[in-house]
Design a protein around this ligand. Structure first.
Ligand code: ASP
Length: 335
């Protein structure tokens, strides 16, 4: 039987309703979690490590980075086939992507969680843990990067996002879809995520801000970040990377102060491209050295910039790190 380590970090999957406070609070231990999934005994030899028990909104990028180091240590054990991490769903995609970029191991690393607490009639935790363990022991999950497994779907960390505030079918990879599905007897993976990237750094720079654009926004927040000064800024722009003229001015001020500025799209799918040259368009900001986030969402571009800044502060080098994408030409080279 294959050996899997389940690392618990907290989240709704480890919460129960508390009468005194009137809401869900952390209350389920790692051992309790495994006990709730009797089918695990016939699936794998499972060892549980209680890493933390916090809501995912309390997890910082530094904690994610330490968790990544811990995962690599555990995965380096010869007898370990794969790792499962349980995590709150709110920031799960950020941890998944940070680990995807930093982990050295090729062994399957699957992150799961739950949308319903352990006292809820429809607690989805046990089923999700079983599905994640099934995926972690699957040969086809090797070398696929970090996988997010919930609601029997398997998603690539780079592509997945939480799409619904409360529904159990919340994780989706807009435009690309899941890479696999977990049946009762096995996990089946039907495609590869071709854009696996690594940023190998010993440090991460957490002082990176994410600003979402809205109609008529001004430069005020950018002035604050320039004064701070922030280590980096990610802007969730409109459509393919366009911002209001005043925001462009704010971005230029930050660029003059040497702050790297990454442009992502607030639309959650598709690339940012300099298709226009009007005032405030992505094209109009290229001359001040903004970096295009490619297809990354704002929250993932922020994670990537934190790691990238751990490697280099040079704007051209940072631009190169964000330029990675799979094109028809690069696919021809691969196959
Ligand atoms: N608020 C919870 C958390 O992220 C939500 C969840 O786990 O689903 O910790």
């Amino acid at each position: 039987m294959k050996h899997v380590i389940v690392i618990t970090t907290g989240g709704t999957i480890a919460m129960k309703y508390d009468k005194v406070t009137g809401g869900l609070i952390p209350a389920v231990s790692g051992a309790d979690l495994l006990e709730a999934v009797p089918a695990l005994k016939n699936t794998a030899k499972v060892e549980v490590v209680e890493y933390s028990n916090v809501p995912s909104g309390h997890i910082t990028p530094e904690m994610m980075f330490s968790l990544g180091k811990f995962v690599d240590e555990k995965a380096a054990q010869a007898d370990i086939a794969g790792i499962v991490i349980t995590h709150g769903t709110d920031t799960l995609e950020e941890t998944a992507y940070l680990l995807d970029l930093m982990l050295k191991t090729c062994k399957p690393v699957c992150i799961t969680g739950a949308m319903r607490g352990a006292t809820d009639m429809s607690w989805d935790g046990p089923g999700n843990i079983l599905a994640a363990v099934q995926t972690a022991i699957s040969e086809s999950a090797i070398g696929q990067g970090v996988l997010v497994v919930l609601n029997n779907q398997i998603h690539a960390a780079r592509e997945v996002t939480k799409t619904h505030a409360v529904d159990t079918d919340t994780f989706a990879s807009p435009w690309w879809g899941p890479i696999g599905y977990v049946y009762a007897d096995a996990a089946v993976i039907r495609r590869h995520s071709l854009c696996l990237e690594k940023i190998c750094t010993e440090t991460l720079v957490p002082d990176v801000y994410l600003i979402k654009c809205a109609a008529g926004m001004d430069e005020y927040l950018f002035e604050c970040l320039r004064k701070k000064p922030a280590a980096g800024i990610v802007v969730e722009a409109f459509g393919c990377g366009n911002v209001p003229p005043a925001v462009k001015h704010g971005i230029e001020l930050c660029r003059k102060a040497g702050i790297p500025v990454v442009i992502a799209s607030r639309t959650y799918a598709g690339r940012v491209v300099p298709a226009y040259s009007y005032e405030g368009s992505a094209g109009s900001m290229l001359s001040c050295g903004v970096i295009m986030a490619n297809e990354l969402t704002g929250q993932k571009a922020r994670i990537k910039l934190m790691l990238a800044l751990g490697l280099t502060k040079d704007n051209q080098e940072l631009t190169k790190l964000f330029a990675c994408h799979t094109t028809a030409e690069s696919l021809t080279k691969v196959f």
